[in-house]
Design a protein around this ligand. Structure first.
Ligand code: F6R
Length: 273
């Protein structure tokens, strides 16, 4: 895992955008896994700027979002469909037929989730999966106790996540109790994972993800098993890291090297769902 610590939220967001932009420039038909929430908003803002000012081209990209609340129609202001439109899709030249999100209104969630996995496979698998981390260590909506080999499915939200996400809704009772989410197993199949964290309320989960034992009690810790993880955070989120000097040293020594693997060429995923 490459741990990169930036000064604050804005510099973390610019750094994240530079990584995503490098991928898009090197592989214009890449498949990106996208996340919602407060954390990637600055990254999306910077990608929009790069699109407008430096002609970063999204036309050939394919995207798959991590998750969606159950029961919210795409037009609901708190749906992740709406979030993506607001924060990215409406401002860049992504083709709508190549942007994919889970359907919160699916009558048969299990079927919709299996179809989503098949669509990811058909696209050749995810090249770079963007992730945020929950205060309880979740990734996607894979809450503590989720299988570390889990696939896309309908999941229950943890009370802490409901409370955390309550800030976006008028009333806590309005926060959906369930969501459709890629599983940890699905996430681990991405070729590169870029996980972001900002702020002191993430510091504990962030340190456990990087330095703690691998445990279903902290689903993000499964990323320790993945060979290409970029863990990018700000100073506040890095506050509990024990080996911070080591990460800073590695970042300094490797400063002029790309954080992305040299060979990005995609292999067709073989798994059948
Ligand atoms: C969002 C997602 C979640 C968030 C996490 C952190 O698509 O899958 O795992 O990344 O809850 O949320 P924020 O960024 O709002 O702190």
């Amino acid at each position: 895992m490459r741990v990169i610590i930036e000064r604050d939220y804005d510099s973390m967001s610019r750094r994240a955008a530079s990584i995503v932009a490098e991928l898009i420039r090197r592989q214009p038909d890449a498949v990106l896994g996208l996340a919602t929430g407060s954390t990637p908003i600055g990254l999306y803002r910077e990608l929009i700027r790069l699109h407008r000012e430096e002609k970063l081209d999204f036309a050939r990209l394919t995207t798959f979002n991590l998750d969606e609340y159950e029961g919210l129609p795409a037009g609901h202001p708190q749906s992740y469909h709406h979030f993506m439109k607001d924060h990215l899709f409406a401002h860049v030249n992504l083709k709508s037929k190549r942007t994919h999100l889970l359907d919160g209104l699916a009558r048969d969630a299990a079927r919709a989730c299996a179809a989503y996995e098949r669509r990811i496979l058909k696209a050749g698998g995810i090249d770079l999966q963007l992730l945020g981390i929950g205060g309880d260590g979740h990734i996607g909506f894979n809450e503590p106790g989720s299988s570390l080999a889990g696939r896309t499915e309908l999941v229950l939200l943890h009370p802490r996540t409901i409370a955390d996400n309550g800030r976006f809704f008028d009333r806590l009772e309005d926060v959906p109790r369930r969501a459709l989410s890629m599983g940890v197993g699905t996430i681990l199949e991405a070729r590169v994972c870029l996980i972001l964290a900002s702020g002191k309320n993430k510091a504990e989960a962030w340190a456990r993800m990087i330095e703690g034992p691998i445990s279903a009690q902290l689903p993000a810790s499964a990323l320790q098993l993945h060979p290409q993880v970029i863990a990018l955070c700000d100073e506040a989120a890095a506050a509990n890291l024990q080996h911070i000097d080591r990460y800073r040293h590695a970042a300094e020594v490797l400063a002029d090297q790309s954080l992305l693997p040299a060979n990005l060429k995609r292999k067709r995923a073989r798994r059948r769902v």
